[in-house]
Design a protein around this ligand. Structure first.
Ligand SMILES: Cc1cc2nc3c(=O)[nH]c(=O)nc-3n(C[C@H](O)[C@H](O)[C@H](O)COP(=O)(O)OP(=O)(O)OC[C@H]3O[C@@H](n4cnc5c(N)ncnc54)[C@H](O)[C@@H]3O)c2cc1C
Length: 457
């Protein structure tokens, strides 16, 4: 008999979506979330307030029937607005086909919408202030601690889904039960969030439909819009060295750094110094696990617990949501036989998790550095031109990640090939007019198979 009861550890973005999907499928779902109910308490500032939602995430939310509630929370972003030092702002669209947009969304509001949807099912039990402190896979139990009272308890599960994020309390037991191991590769850059408030009339003080970037080669500042007219600004900067979080030790150092590097942004951040020292500094890392499922076929890692990645492609949540959609597809395929679903899920999703981890690391260099280069901009123009001429063959790498559901490992492989071709085709040209576009089109046709010939999952 397939299990009818599912235990989810972690009611964050992925866990709450999963609970909605599985309860609508007829499962009795019990969620244990260590934090208090975020619909009742205010979330402290400074921890990735807003996120970019893209096609993969939207597809999963649509499957769960949640888009009507999510849509009012979304602010479309059509491209990046570059703030190069001493130059006027420059807009660069992300895509060129209709609907190729990404969306800024508030993390707490999105999470709240999903928790509320989960709560409407009488077969779902949400337990807040309930921290998982350990798991016994052979006895099929998890240990819990009530965060307010400190009281311990034990919960017996039939099927365990661990969506408790990058510092998962369950990961070690699941990976080791399969004889494997996992690693966290820490980035040598940290991040700090700041608030760029709305203007006096509640207006946006920067273009509201762009993701703003201040690339400064070794580091960068970005800003995403919020519904109230403010922007959440994030500084990504080295831990050590000059400049770094370690070197910005007092208000005058922070003031001087922003005044010299981000003068336009600084004018719009009234509480810069207070927020810089008041808000936490976040660390960034990549988690890779050799296994995601227990050999017993009744415990699985999903979302950041399985594949935390750095945020530079805006895909961590999107990839986690895609995990949920893929799980449903496999449940259909295997008629709810979880012991068949889990190994196939791991075999399909793990290489994709590793691929998006690599793509995200690469994109940090693109965002903070390459976007400033003339050759990068010309390759982007040529990529769009080739997509117009060969829409079934050439899709720019960014578009494959953000606007399609092409498996990440296919994106990575094709992206590398395309990059090589673009490098060759651009050569020493300084404008599109200097490139023989008919010859370029033939070269691409000869070297790149149609997208339809690639694996779909
Ligand atoms: C600065 C920054 C910017 C980002 N921007 C984007 C973006 O633009 N687009 C995008 O797609 N992704 C982005 N991400 C990534 C995204 O935040 C994560 O991929 C996403 O939150 C993963 O969801 P999750 O549910 O797996 O984990 P989490 O969101 O971390 O949720 C885990 C949940 O489990 C709970 N929990 C943890 N431990 C326990 C325990 N022991 N017991 C019980 N509960 C527990 C936590 O309280 C939390 O609610 C960004 C990340 C950062 C840091």
């Amino acid at each position: 008999m397939p299990p009818k009861q599912v235990t989810i550890v972690g009611g964050g973005l992925v866990g709450s979506l999963l609970s909605v999907m599985l309860s609508r499928r007829g499962y009795a779902v019990t969620v244990f979330e260590k934090r208090p109910d975020m619909r009742k308490v205010k979330i402290p500032a400074g921890r990735s307030i807003n996120l970019a939602l893209a096609q993969r995430g939207i597809r999963a939310l649509t499957t769960a029937g949640l888009m009507p509630q999510v849509e009012p929370l979304l602010i479309p972003m059509a491209g990046r607005m570059l703030h190069d030092l001493g130059k006027p702002e420059e807009f660069s669209p992300y895509g060129q086909r209709a609907g190729e947009l990404i969306y800024s969304v508030s993390r707490p509001l999105l999470n709240q919408v999903m928790l509320t949807a989960a709560d409407t099912s009488p077969s779902t039990h949400l337990n807040f202030d309930s921290e998982c402190t350990g798991v016994n896979l052979s006895e099929k139990t998890i240990q819990l601690r009530n965060v307010t009272s400190g009281e311990p308890s034990t919960h017996r599960y039939e099927l365990l889904l661990a969506t408790d994020g990058a510092n998962s309390a369950v990961r070690d037991a699941i990976v080791k039960s399969a004889g494997g191991s996992w690693t966290t590769e820490w980035l040598d850059h940290d991040y700090k969030e700041l608030c760029l408030p709305a203007g006096q009339q509640g207006e946006f003080q920067l273009d509201r439909n762009s993701l703003h970037i201040w690339p400064r080669r070794g580091y960068m500042l970005i800003a995403l819009p919020n519904l109230d007219g403010s922007f959440t600004v994030t500084l990504f900067l080295n831990k050590q060295g000059e400049p770094s979080f370690a070197s910005l030790t007092d208000a005058s150092a922070v003031h001087g750094f922003f005044a010299s590097q981000f003068p336009d942004a600084m004018r719009l951040i009234p509480n810069l110094e207070a927020e810089f020292f008041g808000n936490p500094t976040g660390v960034l890392g990549t988690v890779r696990c050799s296994h995601w499922a227990s050999p017993s076929g009744d415990a699985l890692l999903l979302g950041d617990a399985a594949h935390a990645i750095v945020p530079f492609h805006g895909q961590g949540m999107n990839a986690g949501f895609e995990d949920c959609g893929e799980l449903l597809r496999l449940l259909d395929k295997h008629q709810e036989t979880w012991s068949d679903v889990l190994p196939e899920f791991e075999a399909l999703r793990r290489p994709n998790g590793n691929a998006i981890a690599d793509l995200a690391l690469e994109n940090y260099i693109t965002m903070r550095d390459s976007v400033l280069d003339r050759k990068f901009q010309l390759k982007k123009l040529l990529g769009f031109e080739l997509e117009r001429r060969l829409p079934e063959v050439f899709v720019p790498k960014y578009s494959m990640v953000m606007f399609r559901s092409i498996p990440y490992q296919v994106v990575k492989r094709r992206g590398e090939k395309q990059e090589h071709l673009l490098d060759q085709l651009v050569g020493t040209a300084s404008s599109l007019e200097e490139i023989d576009l008919a010859a370029a089109t033939r070269t691409v046709q000869n070297h790149l198979p149609p997208l339809a010939s690639e694996p779909q999952y």
